[in-house]
Ligand binder design. Structure first.
Ligand code: GAR
Length: 216
């Protein structure tokens, strides 16, 4: 078995212009390993972008430490302080606008977003989900795959629409389910692929933005 991703979308083209790094606003609710993968891809030149800010909705998650180690500012927006999802999203939009964010990356963001975020950022919002969508949307995707006894699962990066885990697919990677897999072992292998395809998908979007800037 190999860890090489099985890309269902074509590999994005190599970047051609470094003048316009995409300004990313990232959102995380957990460990932030996908945040870290994006930051590493920027460091090694595979992704022409800059992470302006990380928004998190839970205190004391590892993602905060990862951001601070890189000097990236973090903003804590506790969803319990916002009576509606729309009010939380308004605070997210205000924060991202203050940091001149162009593309939003939901890197393990475990809240349902609303039209408020979509109105502000349109088709420049990316989400990563640990299944081959449209299979197993919503929470517990890994557990859903195990319960369904599928032989192959994987991960998906897609543009965000109002319907949860349903927007246009950018990149997917397949991961075999092994007979003795637990949720933890399967998720660990899915995450290896997530860390490859999330930066690739962001670069796909970022290169489109750069083209638009160059044409101006
Ligand atoms: C990732 O596996 C991501 O696909 C999943 O949360 C995990 C975050 O890991 N997202 C969802 O389930 C969204 N529906 P990380 O904090 O280590 O990046």
């Amino acid at each position: 078995m190999t860890d090489t991703p099985s890309l269902i979308s074509p590999t994005p083209t190599t970047r051609s212009d470094d003048r316009f790094p995409a300004i990313l606003g990232m959102m995380a609710s957990g460990s932030g390993s996908n945040f870290e993968a994006v930051a590493r891809s920027i460091d090694n030149g595979d992704l022409n972008a800059k992470i302006a800010v990380l928004i998190h909705n839970k205190p004391e998650i590892k993602a905060i430490e990862r951001a601070h180690q890189r000097g990236i500012p973090t903003v804590f927006l506790d969803h319990r302080n916002y009576p509606t999802r729309e009010e939380l999203d308004r605070a997210i939009v205000t924060t991202f606008r203050a940091h001149q964010v162009e593309c939003v990356v939901m890197a393990g963001w475990m809240r349902v977003i609303t039209q408020v975020l979509i109105d502000a950022f349109g088709d420049r919002i990316i989400n990563i989900h640990p299944s081959l969508l449209p299979s197993f949307p919503g929470i517990g995707a890994i557990e859903q795959a195990l319960a369904a006894k599928v032989k192959i699962t994987g991960c998906t990066v897609h543009l965000v629409s109002l319907e949860v885990d349903a927007g246009p697919i950018l990149v997917q990677a397949a991961v075999p389910v092994l007979a003795d897999d637990t949720a933890a072992t399967l998720h660990a292998r899915v995450q290896i692929q997530e860390h490859l395809i999330l930066p690739q998908a962001i670069e796909m979007l970022a290169s489109q933005l750069r083209l638009a800037q160059l044409r101006r």
